[in-house]
Ligand binder design. Structure first.
Ligand SMILES: Nc1nc2c(ncn2[C@@H]2O[C@H](COP(=O)(O)OP(=O)(O)OP(=O)(O)O)[C@@H](O)[C@H]2O)c(=O)[nH]1
Ligand SMILES: [Mg+2]
Length: 222
């Protein structure tokens, strides 16, 4: 019986997620659902992405947190459209929450929407929210076995960003093990090693995004 309830919840969520996706597609907004454990570096990566790509495309951000607006406040200086969602007790964003946030955004003025999910390596992966791709961030301080222990997020994602590579020599994180573990769970997964501190790998991340974003040629980015 419990299983049926969960099935119903996910089916209802999927219908709203499809509607979100249609709204975003209508306006040509490429959308990623950025997921990780708390503190893996999602907001820092968004800041870096805005520094690097903010002049080349129009970026909007939806921040998902259980409490506070601290992540949205970090992005205030960029002059972009940012919406903070506070989930209260919920450990993930769902399609309905994102639908409400989309109503607050001027989608005509966006090329890329980054949705930072609640820091959690399990629940966010269960809920579609209207994204084109899920992207998972794993930092080297978390352990190279995490893709095996928390497989769903790695299975659902198109791209794995292994972050905090500047710290790897101070940890027992084995990069080859991490890659193998992630590919065992999802053989199609693309993997980029990055550091938001020294910018390692961020050019490859820029390319991954730019290859997928459609920027109208006459669009001003400010
Ligand atoms: N050394 C190092 N620190 C990093 C890197 N990326 C992020 N950090 C630090 O990691 C901490 C957490 O970063 P956040 O960007 O807030 O992480 P988050 O995933 O957004 O966290 P939640 O929103 O709470 O889930 C901060 O102190 C960052 O400065 C990196 O590449 N290297
Ligand atoms: Mg954050």
């Amino acid at each position: 019986m419990k299983i049926k309830v969960m099935d119903d919840i996910l089916r209802a969520n999927d219908a709203i997620a499809r509607d979100n996706r249609n709204r975003l597609d209508e306006h040509g907004v490429f959308t990623i659902n950025l997921m990780s454990s708390p503190g893996a570096g999602k907001t820092t990566l968004i800041e870096k992405t805005l520094d690097r790509l903010g002049m080349r495309c129009r970026v909007g951000v939806i921040e998902g947190d259980i409490e506070t607006s601290r992540d949205a406040e970090r992005l205030e200086g960029y002059g972009i459209q940012v919406i903070q969602l506070q989930t209260g007790s919920s450990c993930h964003l769902d399609a309905n929450m994102v639908s409400q946030a989309l109503g607050e955004l001027d989608l005509k003025k966006l090329d890329l929407l980054i949705i930072e999910n609640v820091g959690n390596l399990v629940c966010p992966a269960e809920f579609k929210i209207g994204e084109d791709h899920k992207v998972v961030v794993l930092s080297v301080t978390e352990g190279d076995e995490k893709p095996l222990k928390y497989p769903l997020m790695f299975r659902e994602s198109s791209l794995l960003l292994i972050n905090k590579m500047d710290l790897v020599e101070h940890t027992n994180f084995n990069i080859q093990e991490a890659r193998q573990n992630a590919l065992k769970v999802n053989p199609q997964l693309e993997i980029i090693e990055i550091s938001c501190t020294d910018d390692q790998g961020l050019e490859e991340w820029d390319r991954w995004l730019l290859n997928r974003i459609t920027v109208p040629s006459d669009t001003p980015t400010t």
